[in-house]
Design a protein around this ligand. Structure first.
Ligand SMILES: *[C@@H]1O[C@H](CO)[C@@H](O)[C@H](O)[C@H]1NC(C)=O
Ligand SMILES: *[C@@H]1O[C@H](CO)[C@@H](O)[C@H](O)[C@H]1NC(C)=O
Ligand SMILES: *[C@@H]1O[C@H](CO)[C@@H](O)[C@H](O)[C@H]1NC(C)=O
Length: 298
């Protein structure tokens, strides 16, 4: 091996190592091959044609060490409709509810690329486009899933990507914890006192549950436990709440399936990294499955 080749080899190895450093397990390119579906959580929009901006939740994860699904993933993506072969000249809007016009999502909308693909490649950022079928429903809904459209899912950011460790030694979080994702990501919403969010139960220790709800927060009713003005002004509170993937704890509730957030609850939650406490109104429960295989409805 020439020194230049050796250098290139070391550089490549280092790059792969760095790329993998964020995950506690090896991520060989091409690994975790399987069919992976995604739950669509649409953002607020004024446009119902063209690409749909949304959060996409990995549907469904699994805890098993040898499973190709052992990550909780919530990504920021774009769903672009595809024309259906020769039957339509131009792509039609994807017929799903668009907030805020449709206040509630109500059903499970999913996209599944029919062929298997490598979840590792997606997690390493080398796979960013998937073509798939958009469905109303999924294998876990009471009704049979209905194909609605063909679309390309473009991954814009891996907002949350956490390895699921099946070890029974990992203690459950004592209090209920969810991660939040703003529904209106337009800059004009940065100063709106009334915020809608999707909340995803933080999957952490076996058996756990994968639960996604839609909630609203009246930030004028938030308060701080400490009197620090730098952390507790309206601007900072809104910034904290609008951070995608921010972690909330619900101190009054033990972290169990029976205590999950359900409409029409109004519950006080706190952003775990700071002193902010807010009353949160649960509007709808969108998806709920019980681990460790997440193949059973709650
Ligand atoms: C929709 O349009 C209204 C009025 O122009 C604007 O205030 C709002 O920010 C827009 N929402 C989004 C999500 O772009
Ligand atoms: C989704 O499917 C359910 C059950 O069949 C149906 O009631 C609902 O109207 C459908 N939603 C859309 C947007 O087609
Ligand atoms: C999984 O958790 C166990 C128990 O805490 C720990 O020993 C092990 O290193 C963890 N595995 C990974 C890949 O993080």
């Amino acid at each position: 091996m020439t020194s230049q080749r050796l250098f290139t080899a070391i550089l490549l190895t280092t790059c792969i190592f760095i790329a993998n450093a964020q995950y506690p397990v090896p991520m060989p390119p091409g690994g975790r091959m399987s069919v992976h579906g995604w739950l669509i959580l649409p953002w607020d929009t004024n446009m119902t044609d063209g690409p749909v901006q949304a959060w996409f939740s990995h549907h469904v994860p699994e805890f098993w060490t040898d499973s190709p699904h052992n990550f909780q993933i919530i990504l920021n993506g774009l769903l672009t409709p595809l024309a259906c072969f020769n039957t339509e000249p131009t792509p039609q809007p994807i017929p799903i509810p668009y907030p805020p016009r449709d206040n509630l999502v109500e059903y499970e909308y999913t996209i599944t690329p029919p062929p298997e693909f490598s979840l590792n490649d997606l997690l390493l950022g080398t796979l960013t486009e998937l073509k798939g079928v958009v469905y109303n429903g999924s294998f876990d809904t009471s009704y049979e899933r209905i194909p609605l459209a063909l679309a390309t899912l473009t991954v814009r950011e891996l907002t949350t990507a956490v390895y699921l460790n099946e070890s029974k030694l990992i203690p459950n979080y004592p209090e209920l914890r969810y991660l939040s994702y703003p529904r209106d990501m337009s800059p004009s919403a940065d100063t709106k006192p009334f915020q809608h969010v999707y909340l995803a139960h933080e999957i952490h220790s076996v058996p756990d549950f994968d639960h996604i709800v839609h909630a609203s927060i009246d930030t004028t009713r938030c308060h701080c436990e400490t009197g620090l003005p730098s952390l507790c002004n309206t601007e900072q509170i809104l910034k904290d709440i609008r951070t995608p993937g921010v972690e909330w704890a619900f101190p009054s509730l033990i972290n169990s399936l029976q205590n999950r957030l359900q409409p029409p609850m109004v519950i006080r939650g706190r952003i775990t990294s700071g002193p902010v406490l807010c009353p949160i109104t649960i509007l709808e429960s969108i998806h709920c499955m019980v681990g460790p295989g997440f193949d059973k409805n709650c």
